[in-house]
Design a protein around this ligand. Sequence first.
Ligand SMILES: [Zn+2]
Length: 274
Amino acid sequence: MNIKKTLSLLGVAVFMVACATNPFTGKKTMALVPNSQIFPMAFQQYDQFLAENKVITGTAQANKIKTIGQQIATASERWLNANGYAGYLKDYQWEYNLVDDPAVNAWCMPGGKIVFYTGILPIAQNDAGIAAVMGHEVAHALANHGQQRMSAAQYQGLVAVAGNVALSKDPEAQEDFNKYYGLGSTVGVMLPFSRSHESEADRIGLTLMAIAGYDPIEAANLWKRMQANAGGQAPPEFLSTHPSSQTRINNITSWAPEAKAEARKYGVTTFKKK
Ligand SMILES: [Zn+2]
């Protein structure tokens, strides 16, 4: 994958409303909207989510989520900087929280607001598995997949409300926002990303985890574990929005070497498998 090409127009597109070119595919997409309007809404919703849920702090697991989150954030920054997009993350306010909840799930809201549920940790199994989930979710946020999920009309309605700084008082707008951006508290109504968005997030995520020093092949192993878990009495919520398949695992396996090759450009020579 030619990173320069896939990232082309990234800096421009982010300031454009409505029809814009997706930097990761070169396709025209609707409703790629300014981060300056989306991020404040995301930050407000994230804070509200944290206030309403049990955030774990100070434990080894909670610290691990923060450490690996920072590693993926740093990898994103290095990757974007090296490809001519130094200012891309300037409005990001990275945050990584572990929430006490048996749901097998994790998500990243626009602007770098991440939540892992304790329920996903047994399937993530180790640092490399956490990095795979983290890389994938961060990739969705970097590629602005949330925005692309909304129609232009829906976006206008949401921004009109946000413009009045009344989002939190408007249940309908809040519900829309949660639905399109995948906020965990409303996972029941959360829309899945399209198959092409899932593929993009997989591919970008592999590069990010590799630059962070994790073996990207471990992402394939993660999806295998996720798939195996699907047969149990409580299928992972993560799978409702992230269908696992042999094709997905095959793609990840075939992309892993190029992710490693990319990481070597950043001086990464060893890749942790755990
Ligand atoms: Zn995904």
